[in-house]
Design a binder for this molecule. Sequence first.
Ligand code: EPU
Length: 421
Amino acid sequence: MARYEIIGGNQLNGTVTISGAKNAAVAILPAALLVNGKCRVENVPDISDVRILLSILEDMGVVIQREPNGVVELDCTNIRNTNPNPELVCKMRASYYLMGALLSRFGKASVALPGGCSFASRPIDQHLKGFRALGAKVTETEEYVHLEPGENGLQGNRVSLDVVSVGATINIIMAACLLPGQTIIENAAKEPHIVDLANFLNTMGARISGAGTDTVKIRGVESLQGGNYAIIPDQIEAGTYLAAVAAAGGNVLVQNVIPKHMSCITTKLAEMGAKIINYDDAIRIQSDGKLHCTTVKTRPYPGFPTDMQAQICVCMVVAEGLSKLTESVYETRFFGYCSELERMGAHIEVIGKTANVTGRPKLRAADVVARDLRAGAALVIAGLTAEGVTRVSDIHYVERGYERLVEKMTALGANIRKVED
Ligand code: EPU
């Protein structure tokens, strides 16, 4: 068990470099299973979700070499075991991508149900609907999903998603890559990591078009060959540092970002009073920590990301006036952190999908619990602004998705340390 201890009150100054995107990495690494050869992937973040995924792949026979500076080489030529280790699979959410990748390359898959942050009910019915449309027979048990070819075999088809789902879009893209014929995904999600996954697969020889729009087309190919690819920067990690500076005050250059991916977040922070300057691959944020209230509604990309809900909530908590924060992707996400923020003096009233946040300029330190990844990141930001020593426990959640958080925050002047019990 480990916790963060944060002594609040310091402004943040300097430069922070953003790591490769977690949600792109956790899709691209299993997608390497589609490649009959060696992939060299750069900008892979060193976070626990990635470490678990690499262990699963290694156990299946993928030859993996990790170099310093986020380079991972995967050779998926000889897969000896197509049954991913269930104990590892259920430790993370994105292990569900093994289903699409194995179905496409080997025509079958038996994968345990995924785990991960449980801030809401997170069904995978749309993933399974997609596999069925591609001709798979899907058998679900309490703990497993088994996929095999149905009566007419596996082939491309049209899939119209009932809800916009990042995971289902990615899983169906992977499943369709090596099947005969064309697959068309309608009502697809448009997040930057979907485009990144498609770019990775196209670099290896896939034929995917339309990623980043709501219609993605995949023309099946016989095989994929190896190649080099660099993962995009993490939109949410960058957004978390921007929110931290906005709330705590300071002047920070957030570098290695794609400003276009950030505009849904920076627009809101600017509305709240932070000064934002965009460069080609960096964003400077300046804030005196005195923010104004605002209204935010989370939506799929290009809207304001649900994965920034908790962090912007902390900005609202320390801002002047009444803010409204509406969640439209995961209704129950507020429960992961609002009660913890209230222990620090926040005034938040959750009514259905909306949190009414009455700003209160100063928070007080408290012992709080991280209940999921983004909730934990929000509590760190709250601790940076609070008077006294805030202790955030259960930080294994935070370590799922933030590379070297303590080191990066400390370099900006934060007083934060990790304490192992
Ligand atoms: N949904 C269904 N059926 C499905 C799939 C999704 O009803 O089969 C619903 C969900 O319940 C939710 C909505 O559709 O209401 C969107 O879910 P989505 O499938 O897009 O979420 P996901 O793919 O499971 C990814 C990220 C999450 C992020 C969401 C939304 C990964 C590994 N995870 O989850 O990231 O919150 O998209 O953007 O990419 C995080 O990084 O902290 C995180 C939780």
